[in-house]
Design a protein around this ligand. Structure first.
Ligand code: GLC
Length: 720
């Protein structure tokens, strides 16, 4: 074991010769003190780490996973999985986020940088034992000390590097479905948003835009003049976002396939031949994204679409998902043949059905192909969790070549720690289940702790049929998530915001309008989190240390000033909320109305009608509002509104930038510092405009502890 000091309070323990994942951006230096803190190592065949948990210890992190924000009691597996049925018993979803934090008498963070399979048993087999089993003994283990969970997270976010920043338009509402199949269907969607006056920035192209599911092709039949069509839809106010899948179809004369074979860019089997599996188009090869030449090659292919005016993508099926391989299919078919004349009993019948169930995403297949990492052949199983990561990295590196100072929208399904520097993620194929709104709420802060700020779920649910109520309640939560996208699967009931009755559409319109009106705050908070190694969504215990706040899992802090307490139960007319301090409740039905009410500290039942969105503004904090528009680019923020809840003094730094370039990295952005101080019975407002943002006027609604509203309007002077 070699020990490194990565930064103050973070040590790295290196075992064996780990495969580099590039999860961490800080190297650190080697030191002599080799004692592993907190954990004990037990290795026989497996590499096992153990920690005896104290009774009240909580365990946070693990990003995209089932169960609560506190992961205690669960068992989880880091192995990116294409599993579309997210029931509570599932041990892994699409991402592998091996960072967790123990919070209790001793608080510390652990990150296991190993790209293969890891099992985290967090008091499942033995309620007080944390046991981490890694199926290899070549790995880097990081131990992070800190005085609070927030500090531990922030240190971790520092060593994994700053978050990806999408273009500002990607904070607008986005509409997806598998699939809007052709020009006509896409236009119908665009026209409906216009007709019903619902804000929307992007419309998605799922797999059917391609020619026979071939990456970087466009069906000529369904999109005969793609470039003009992209322009036409953009003129209507919408960007088109195509999907890119990991598997490349095996087809003679298909250039991507031919180039891949010619240059040996695909993963190979034991005999060194391109490995074959099947996904949407049937048989495919998988580009070896772990090889940097392959990343460069694949990344540049995105230009075929950016040349048509495309500015954003979603990378899918990159766990990689495998429907079947020839091996699995052959074995299953042979079993059918054999079973034909058999009297299938309890054993043979299940063996037969399992042979088909286990065709997809089978471990045997993942163990049967190889990557070429700097000339060394590495079994896929050992690096499984960094495959999707490197596909998305390929895209991001490609965009840098294509137009280095332009922000593109990119997010992925599979991911690993570190991928957050290259793109966002969505949480995959959820269901139109109420339970999945709650899962979405719980997952967001865990993802943030692992660096993934640009994320969100399929609003309304992907599989299954949504009713209007579910879509409304879900949208009322998703309006806080940076990625705000409605998506549903083929064969399910339509779930665009206008797909139900008029009353529901009206509510959804107002909900989406609130998102656009809140965008100055949402963007400001996102950017501050991204630039300062912080989270955007946090559990209450990040800010409050009373005994209830420690355990609240269904309310979230959203940025610095807001608390969200969404309704996630069918037919609920309100919900219980824990208020760690007095807060200002704004029940929004229409964001132009200010029905503001001070709610006392304590356990409260808040009535929340289907058309109401409860926003809680924290004490001595404020939110920034603009006016909605039908797209982010049309937002006009010359005049902004502030709603502040002031006991003594509140200050807020409102960040903004051009929203399209990376100039902010060169210091080109603006910050307006707003300071409100209560002086006698009035308020003194100071505004300090740093940077070049044009805000001419700020209108204030300042609410005191008794609920009295003071209105003010202040002219803003340009920074000198
Ligand atoms: C996968 C994706 C889903 C997409 C579908 C078709 O299931 O997770 O979002 O719609 O494939 O491409």
């Amino acid at each position: 074991m070699r020990v490194y000091e990565v930064m103050d309070g973070i040590k790295k323990y290196r075992f064996g010769i780990p495969i580099s994942t590039d999860a961490i951006v800080l190297e650190g230096h080697e030191i002599d003190n080799g004692n592993l803190k907190y954990l004990t190592i037990e290795s026989d065949t497996d590499f096992k780490l153990k920690y005896r948990m104290n009774e009240g210890d909580q365990v946070f992190g693990l990003g995209e996973n089932q169960k609560g924000i506190n992961k205690r009691g669960g068992v989880f597996e880091a192995y990116c999985s294409d599993d579309p049925i997210h029931t509570p018993d599932k041990r892994s979803l699409y991402g592998a986020h091996n960072f967790l934090m123990i919070h209790g008498i001793q608080s510390f963070g652990v990150f296991i940088d190993y790209p293969g399979r890891i099992i985290f048993d967090i008091g499942f087999n033995n309620k007080n034992e944390l046991e981490i089993t890694i199926d290899d003994n070549n790995l880097d283990l990081y131990i992070i000390d800190g005085n609070s969970v927030r500090e531990i997270v922030s240190k971790f976010l520092k060593i994994i590097g700053k978050s990806y920043v999408p273009p500002k338009w990607a904070f607008g509402f986005q509409q997806c479905r598998w699939s809007y199949r052709d020009e006509q269907e896409v236009e119908e969607v665009a026209d409906s948003f216009i007709k019903y006056d619902i804000p929307c920035d992007s419309i998605y192209l799922d797999i059917d835009y391609m020619d026979d599911f071939k990456d970087f092709t466009i069906s000529e039949e369904r999109f005969p003049d793609f470039k003009s069509f992209v322009r036409k839809v953009k003129e209507k106010g919408f960007r088109l976002i195509p999907i890119i899948d990991a598997g490349v179809k095996i087809e003679r004369d298909y250039d991507i396939y031919e180039e891949g074979v010619r240059n040996q860019y695909f993963c190979v089997d034991e005999d060194g031949n391109s490995f074959t599996a099947a996904v949407w188009p049937g048989r495919v090869h998988f580009p070896d994204f772990l090889n940097k030449d392959v990343r460069k090659w694949f990344g540049e292919k995105y230009k075929l679409l950016t040349d048509c005016g495309i500015e954003g993508f979603w990378n899918d099926m990159n766990e990689p998902a495998i429907f079947y391989t020839e091996r699995g299919l052959k074995e299953a078919i042979e079993l059918v043949e054999k079973s034909k004349n058999e009297n299938l009993n309890i054993y043979s019948f299940f063996k037969l059905t399992d042979a088909f169930k286990e065709l997809s995403n089978n471990d045997k297949d993942y163990k049967s192909f190889y990557h070429n990492i700097d000339g060394k052949f590495v079994n896929h199983d050992k690096v499984h969790n960094i495959y999707g990561y490197n596909m998305t990295r390929a895209a991001a590196e490609g965009f840098e070549q294509i137009e280095s100072n332009k922000r593109f929208l990119i997010f992925s399904r599979a991911s690993y720690i570190g991928m957050h520097r290259y793109g966002g993620i969505w949480t995959g194929d959820n269901y139109s289940w109420w339970e999945h709104i709650l899962l979405n709420i719980k997952m967001m802060p865990s993802l943030n702790m692992c660096g993934f700020l640009y994320s969100g779920a399929d609003t309304g649910g992907f599989s299954g049929d949504a009713n209007a109520q579910l879509l409304i309640r879900w949208t009322q939560f998703s309006l806080f998530t940076p990625l705000f996208r409605n998506h549903s699967a083929m064969g399910t009931r339509k779930q665009e915001p206008y797909a139900f009755d008029i009353e529901s559409m009206d509510i959804l319109r107002e909900t989406i309008r609130l998102r656009y009106a809140l965008l100055p705050y949402i963007y400001s908070e996102y950017m501050k989190a991204a630039r300062k190694h912080d989270v955007y969504f946090a559990p209450l215990l990040f800010e409050y240390d009373d005994k209830y706040s420690k355990h609240v899992e269904n309310q979230l802090l959203v940025g610095d000033s807001l608390m969200a307490a969404p309704v996630y139960e069918e037919n609920a007319v309100g919900r219980h909320v824990w208020l760690p301090e007095e807060m200002l409740l704004w029940k929004v039905t229409n964001y132009n109305e200010r029905n503001l009410e001070v709610i006392d500290r304590g356990h409260q039942f808040i009535d929340i009608d289907i058309n109401e969105i409860p926003l809680f503004i924290r004490k001595n904090k404020m939110i920034i509002l603009g006016k909605h528009a039908n797209s982010v680019e049309e937002l006009e923020t010359l005049e902004i509104n502030v709603i502040a809840f002031v006991d003594s003094r509140a200050a807020y730094t409102y960040y903004d930038d051009d929203g399209i370039t990376y100039d902010f990295n060169q210091g080109i952005y603006s910050e307006i510092v707003i300071d409100i101080e209560k002086v006698d019975r009035d308020y003194e407002i100071n505004i300090h405009n740093k940077g070049n943002k044009q805000v001419e006027r700020i209108n204030f609604d300042i609410v005191d502890m008794s609920g009295n509203i003071t209105k003010k309007s202040v002219k803003v002077y340009r920074a000198k």
